[in-house]
Design a protein around this ligand. Structure first.
Ligand code: TRP
Ligand code: ZN
Length: 875
């Protein structure tokens, strides 16, 4: 496949382009429209696991007056034949691309290539997984299947014929509708598919394999009957009902909330065991990582069930925010991803608990996006340049992008936001649009000027807002003094002020009532003051309620203010936030060598556990301590041992002072394993969090509690929760439980991932040795991204263990990155950001981390994926 011809006898016809540097940056400002359009494409596949022949027939059309040749992207492709209007044609290779001189304004261009799916370990393009064939084309995988202008602003109607062995591939799927099928000689068969909606190449999909379907139906609001199918291996059929239920809920939700209806007669989902990301929104043929499809009570946790609903919803919602309206170029990725994450977050909130969902989303944002925004890989929601676009499927583009849309939705209110999205979908249907187009549609649909909000797309970095409330008891007024600041990020040394919508209220210290009802303050100056009148008692500041802006608030608080807010605030998110601030204050003191005052935290956690007004899911979130990674973001110089010790100290204080309340929560009999209601899920979550806190105080007792919870469990949530506590203890019960888990589940790869992940996440001094052993376990493999993530990814996120003072954690992950890079660069590159914050660590670790990055960058033949992440981390 790498044997690419570089010249032909006709090559002299076209002057040579200047050589392109190996890892050149692509810049947003260099965008220009495509030279050629491809209104129609016909693909003909002769399928085989080891060898697949692809014939492509492109109807090409010159786009505007120019004399440039037709340039078709390719990646590890060699043309076997090139014809223009039926005649063999002059062509040449320019690096991986095929260049063809076309004289007229229109032509039929045919190419033949042969590709090797079973040798495709990158899992992008056409590849083999468990004997089936499937595709992953976003962002630039289509060029690994056939020569094509592989960019999202070239939209084509696809007709696809595929033929292959009927035994190996009884099911043949592609986008759109199946228009014909039949038998062929030699035990072969074929099918032909047609997608009536023009689409960019990244949305093309093909699946061929021995699959069975869970079938259902959905009738849309205008009466269209849609056939739904979730395709899996036969043995997995019983695990597909939750995904199917989620799909139907998502279809109904998009009709009710956005007025968006499904537009074809078929909707297929296929589960694949080897997959780089979560799932892919290919038009009418969504392809999923099986982790986001398969679930039953015995093998999947409540979090897994929730993730399935979230991802099934996400990919379905892309049908409008992504497929019907797509992106002009990859710098606009957040146009579809930020919006679709916002949509899936709202969906999950509506089918679950809105305040708990908001807390979870903010936890993810703080854990993944804030560090990104503060480190060497910081980039804007709409980046300005990239080397490898695969590196920009980030928490910034996805989750911060969703926050930006949430802020605009907050400013507009529900009805005006809906008027804006209605206009967006109708104005840009069938087009490749930009983030500016999106904001413009929101403005035109709502009649509200959002110009100032556009800076959220271009300026990187998390704003820090300081807040100080000044109370004048005699005048019965309070004045809120606000100030914003954004630290420099790579390429953006000077920052502009941003519009920051702050939902704010004042709570009476004595009464606990809202003495100033919630209002939306837009902080858009470097400094701003807001006055409140009729302040009849000492006020408590409730700010950034519901996390109305993705910022860091540094509020000047009076002693006792957070404790009071944690109890009295009328906004559940603000109560959670007060608890977090209270905990963080204690943890930062401990981590930085001062005396830790655990009492206020213990009191607040105790009151939360005791409350009759709060549901268990909220209690579980509220008593969860900030992670070590989060604490590390807040200290001047990171000492992982000090952070770990401080967090353990606080956990021990809570566990010993609140033993009775925690034991009650741990023992609760509510929430039988098959009950997936928010209430039952909350009981289980609280159970395992309580168990963890008990373990900090009384490890021996907790070990037997954990063992009992493990043995009794009729569901994976309780089982995994118990094991999570056990793996971190030095208890005799530990190894037996791990072995029993392995014995029972080692044939289920998704559960085996949990077995690896639990051990890689263990809070133990010897975790670094254990993961090295596990990497030699016969069930460990780097070719499966889920397995790689479950060991190396989990370990790199285990703050205390990864930052082992010896540097062995760094060596382990660096070696994993280099070994994985030769197999699957996308998966390898995702491990690099763990090293990104090296400058913030104490000198010895900083040096060890820097050396690990240097070792990675020095490796000959490094992929551009890993090169970009590692070299930018060192800069
Ligand atoms: N568009 C997909 C989603 O968010 C993301 C995705 C799936 C992806 N597979 C990928 C991105 C491979 C890059 C590479 O829904
Ligand atoms: Zn997406």
């Amino acid at each position: 496949m790498l044997d690419v011809r570089t010249t032909t006898s006709d090559a002299a016809v076209v002057p040579d382009a200047p050589p392109v540097p190996a890892h050149a940056a692509i810049r947003r400002e260099d965008y220009r429209p495509p030279d050629w359009r491809v209104p129609e494409i016909h693909l003909d596949f002769d399928l085989g696991i080891d060898r697949t022949r692809v014939r492509a027939t492109l109807e090409v059309e010159r786009n505007g007056p120019h004399d440039r040749p037709l340039r078709l992207d390719g990646d590890e492709l060699a043309p076997l034949r090139v014809a223009v209007d039926g005649q063999d044609a002059a062509w040449r290779m320019d690096g991986p691309a095929l260049v063809i001189e076309v004289s007229g304004d229109r032509a039929m261009v045919e190419t033949d290539v042969e590709i090797a799916p079973s040798a495709n370990t990158k899992l992008t393009g056409l590849y083999a997984s468990n004997g089936m064939l499937c595709t992953q084309c976003e962002a630039e995988g289509f060029r690994r299947i056939t020569f094509f202008p592989d960019r999202p602003d070239v939209l084509s109607r696809y007709r696809v014929r595929m033929e292959g062995d009927a035994n190996a591939f009884p099911v043949l799927l592609s986008n759109g509708n199946r228009i014909a099928q039949g038998e062929a000689a030699g035990g072969r068969h074929w099918a032909e598919w047609e997608d009536p909606f023009p689409k960019p190449s990244y949305l093309f999909a093909l699946v061929a394999g021995d699959l069975q379907a869970n079938r259902d139906r959905f009738t849309t609001m205008s009466g269209r009957k849609v056939e739904l199918a979730i395709w899996v291996r036969e043995a997995d059929l019983p695990k597909t009902s939750h995904a199917m239920d989620s799909l139907k809920l998502a279809m109904a939700w998009d009709e009710q909330v956005y007025g968006r209806e499904y537009d074809l007669d078929l909707f297929n989902i296929v589960a694949v065991g080897d997959f780089n990301m979560g799932a892919m929104e290919n038009k009418s043929l969504n392809i999923f990582n099986s982790a986001f499809v398969l679930a039953d009570q015995d093998t999947a946790t409540d979090a897994d069930f929730d993730n399935i609903s979230r991802v099934v919803g996400h990919e379905y919602f892309h049908n409008w925010s992504g497929d019907r309206v797509t992106c002009r170029d990859w710098f606009q990725l957040s146009l579809k991803e930020g919006f679709t994450v916002f949509r899936d977050q709202s969906f999950s909130a509506d089918i679950g608990s809105p305040p708990v969902k908001r807390i979870e989303d903010v936890r993810v944002l703080r854990a993944a996006q804030f560090p990104e925004d503060a480190g060497p890989l910081a980039h804007a929601v709409r980046p300005d340049s990239y080397i490898e676009i695969g590196n920009f499927y980030t928490a910034t583009v996805y989750n911060k992008g969703a926050e930006v849309i949430r802020m605009m939705a907050t400013v507009l209110g529900r009805d005006k936001f809906r008027a804006g999205t209605d206009l967006y979908f109708s104005r840009h249907d069938g087009e490749a649009a930009t983030c500016d187009d999106f904001v413009k549609a929101l403005e035109d649909g709502s009649g509200v000027d959002l110009t100032t909000f556009k800076i959220w797309y271009s300026q990187a970095g998390t704003p820090k807002v300081t807040a100080r409330l000044e109370h004048d008891a005699d005048a019965m007024t309070a004045t809120l003094h606000l100030e914003q600041h954004i630290d420099p990020t790579p390429g953006q040394p000077v920052k502009q002020p941003m519009p920051i919508p702050l939902k704010t209220a004042l709570i009476g210290d004595a009464s606990g009532a809202e003495i100033a009802p919630e209002q939306l303050i837009i902080l858009d100056q470097p400094r701003q003051s807001v006055r409140f009148d009729n302040v009849t008692e000492t006020p408590l500041l409730s700010i950034n309620r519901g996390f109305s802006a993705p910022i860091i608030v540094q509020a000047n608080r009076r002693p006792g203010e957070l404790e009071r807010l944690a109890w009295a605030d009328s906004d559940p998110f603000a109560r959670y936030e007060a608890m977090q601030d209270l905990m963080m204050t204690a943890l930062l003191a401990g981590a930085q060598g001062s005396a830790m005052d655990a009492e206020p935290v213990v009191a607040a956690v105790g009151a939360t556990l005791q409350s009759n007004a709060l549901d268990p899911a909220f209690k579980a979130e509220a008593i969860l301590l900030p992670s070590e990674t989060l604490i590390a973001e807040r200290v001047q110089v990171v000492d992982p041992d000090a952070i770990h010790a401080a967090r353990e100290q606080l956990r021990t204080a809570i566990g010993s002072s609140l033993r009775d309340a925690l034991s009650t929560a741990q023992r609760s009999d509510d929430g039988s394993g098959d009950d997936l209601s928010p209430g039952a899920k909350g009981v289980r979550r609280l159970r395992s969090i309580a168990l963890g806190l008990l373990a900090a105080a009384t490890p021996d007792e907790a070990a037997s509690l954990a063992k009992a919870q493990f043995d009794r469990a009729d569901n994976m949530t309780d089982r995994q929760g118990a094991l999570m506590t056990l793996v971190s203890l030095d208890a005799p019960e530990r190894q037996g439980a791990l072995d029993a888990f392995y014995e029972r589940f080692h044939n289920d790869s998704l559960v085996l991932d949990k077995w690896f992940a639990l051990q890689a996440a263990a809070q133990r001094a010897d975790t670094v040795d254990r993961v090295a052993e596990l990497a030699r376990h016969p069930d460990f493999t780097m070719t499966n991204p889920n397995r790689l993530r479950s060991l190396a990814g989990q370990f790199a996120g285990n703050h205390w263990a990864f930052h082992h003072p010896s540097g062995r954690g760094y060596d382990f992950v660096a070696d994993m990155i280099l070994a994985a890079d030769a197999i699957n660069p996308q998966a390898a590159a995702r491990l690099v950001p763990a090293f990104g914050r090296w400058r913030r660590f104490e000198p010895s670790r900083a040096e060890l981390m820097r050396r690990a990055l240097e070792k990675i960058v020095a490796k000959p033949g490094l992929s551009k994926d890993v090169f970009e992440q590692a070299s930018k981390s060192l800069a």
